[in-house]
Design a protein around this ligand. Sequence first.
Ligand code: ADP
Length: 266
Amino acid sequence: VAPYEELDPLVNRLNEQHGQLMHRMSQIQDIADLRREFTANVTHELKTPIASISGAAELIRDGIAKPEDVPGFAGRIYDDARRLSSLVSDILTLSKLDEAERAGEGEGSQELFGPSESVNLLAVARDVADRLAPKAREAGVDVSVEGVTMVVRGNARLLDELVSNLCDNAIRYNRPGGRVFVWVLPGEAGGARLRVSDTGIGIPEASRDKVFERFYRVDKGRSRDMGGTGLGLAIVKHAAAYHGAQISLESQVDKGTTITVTFPRA
Ligand code: ADP
């Protein structure tokens, strides 16, 4: 039996370990809660367009839809099928990013996204702007890309996705006659800096941290109407982390938003 004076440090150590254990358990609980919430969200987001597609198809199949309404229903089926396809592809990208994060650097993450390569960020930004040009025209938004050639080590497809999601948002949450500026510049410490700036609706202060969470939207209706999955910025956040990059967000309601991603030296 330990003498009396030796019990105090023992009790202290036990207390400390108990504290650490409780902390770890609450972290595990948080992860489990997040996972449950994500699954519930995914289920809801998938069920909505599926219900709409089967509803419209049923009306056409049973001859209930008037002939003049059929094109409208077909359009709805098409839009919802597109929506499902973007959702599934975003969910897959995120789950691969999660897996890569768990695997850490090295072979595990290479298996998922291939070996890292040198990617010209300015070229990626130009490609993205070209691809989004019809959408920008339709929205009445002008997109310009400027800067210098900067090389980033990583995955070209993920970087494309990161830039696309930022530009796509900058166009969608803009106003007719608005502008989007994409800059690729040298950052501090020899890294590259990508900046996507818009003259759009802005993000309220209270939502600024939350917009990077999965399925968080400031305005659900607006996001859905414009084909948003609610996963774009979550992908940006994880794709940035995959490249060891930092993200910062500045925004003013009714003035615009600027998101800056700073990559480490290649
Ligand atoms: P979504 O598919 O809904 O656009 P995101 O994850 O890309 O999902 O963005 C989350 C939310 O953040 C959006 O629903 C929108 O409310 C807000 N948001 C994102 N980018 C911008 C922006 N450039 N300007 C204003 N709001 C934005």
